[in-house]
Write a protein that binds this ligand. Sequence first.
Ligand SMILES: [Zn+2]
Length: 202
Amino acid sequence: MTSGVLMACHDCDLLQSIPAVPEGCAALCRRCGTVLIRNKPKSFQRPLALLLAGAILFVMFNAFPFLTFKKEGLEHQTHVVTGIRQLADQGMEALAALVAFNLIIIPGLHLLASLYVLVPVSLNRRAPGMFTIFRYIRILQPWHMVEIFMLGVLVSMVKLAKMAQIVPGVAVYSLTAFIFIMAAASAAVDPHEVWERWEVPR
Ligand SMILES: [Zn+2]
């Protein structure tokens, strides 16, 4: 349950006092009907479950083979990390750094930071600096470019299919699932609910 707060409507600017919103309900603006606060049911359990699934998928797409190339009896297996190293070895250090940044470092940081905030919040506890970190999580989000990377992989798979047989590995499926799980986890977090734990220490 959220407690009463004074809030301005982000659509019509009407300042109004919002009463406690029971779980599963929403508070609407008195004048224009815009949703001001939505108290999603079990607001921390769902994102936490999704983030834990995301953590498992993150480990999987880094640990398991990404693509296997087969040609004339020869087989060549690549992993996400070996692919990045090969880019660097071929003199494309900037591209290798960009891929590592957008595919491993940022999503990994996003995952860790989200867990660092949501685990204590769901237990009604506080971790040092968690609210500052929560603010930065929103800045990290646009740097997630896993989707763009997947699109690039699909395009190259279609192009390379004429030259060799390409078998997608466990990492391709894990990475695809990771994209959807992380999007669902971000959508499941109610920022109001997190900020409220800051304002109302229990
Ligand atoms: Zn309004």
